[in-house]
Design a protein around this ligand. Sequence first.
Ligand code: NDP
Length: 255
Amino acid sequence: MTRLTGKTALVTGSSRGIGKATALRLAREGALVAVHYAANQDAADETVALIQKEGGRAFPVRAPLGVPGDVHELFLGLEAGLKEHTDGTVLDILVNNAGATSATGNAPEDVTPEDFDHYVAVNAKAPFFIVQRALTLLPDGGRIINISSGLTRFANPEQMAYAMTKGALEQLTLHLARHLAPRRITVNTVAPGITDNGGPVFDIPEAVEQMAQLSAFKRVGEAGDVADVITFLATDEARWITGAFIDATGGTLLG
Ligand code: NDP
C-alpha cells in the first residue's frame, strides 16, 4: 500500500521535465496518472511506458493549451481515459504544470503582443479554466497544485512577461484555496528555480556552472527535486497546507 493508492491524477505537461518526474512519482505512490502533452507523442508514450514498467498505471492525453477549445479537448481525453481505467471520472489530484516559457528570455523591449498573449493563455488562462472544469470531478479532500516560478520573487527583466503570468497563477492559488477549503480541497503553489528539464542548455557545462551559482546549494535542480515536493503536497500528510507558496528553488530566493 502506497500513499496514493486508489487516487487519480492529471499532470499537465508531463511528457517531459518536471511534469514527467512528477507523473513518475505519483504513479510510484499508487496513483493512476494522466500524462498530458501538447505535441510530442513519443515523449508522452515513453513516460507512460516508464510508469508501466515500474508497475504503475498511466495513460496519455494530448491537448495543446493556449488555443481555442484547449480545455475541452483536454477533458475529453482525460474523462475517456479515466472511464477506461476506473469506474468513473473522479480526479483526485490536479497538477497545473504545463507552462509557456522562453529558455533564452525576451528583453521587455522585444516582447510582442503575440508573445504576451501566449504566456497569458498557457500559464494563466488555461489553468483557470482547467480548474473550473475539474471542480466537477474533484472529490472532497482533493488536491490542486500550481507550478509557478521563483521568478515571481527574483527580478529578471528578460523573463518579465513570463513572470507576470506566473504571478497571475499564484493569485489562482490564493483565492481558490479559500473557495475550496469547505470541501477540504487544498490548493498550493510550488515555485521551482532553475531545474534541469533535459533542455539543450543543460548539456553545456559552462552554462550549468553559471546557473548553479544561483542556488544556495550551488547546483541546478533536478526535476525530481521539485517532483518530490509536488508529490508530498498530493498526499494526505499535506492536508493542513493550503494557499501556500512553496519555495522549491534550492535556496535561490535567499539572495
Ligand atoms: P518542459 O519544457 O521540460 O516540459 C514542457 C511540458 O509541457 C511538456 O510535456 C510539453 O508537451 C508541455 N507543454 C509545453 N507547452 C504546452 C502547451 N502549450 N500546451 C500543452 N502542453 C504544453 O517544462 P519544465 O519541466 O521546464 O517546466 C515545468 C513547469 O515548471 C512550467 O510551468 C515552468 O514554467 C515551471 N518552471 C520551470 C523551471 C525550469 O528551470 N525548468 C523554473 C521555474 C519554473 P510536449 O512534450 O508535447 O511539448
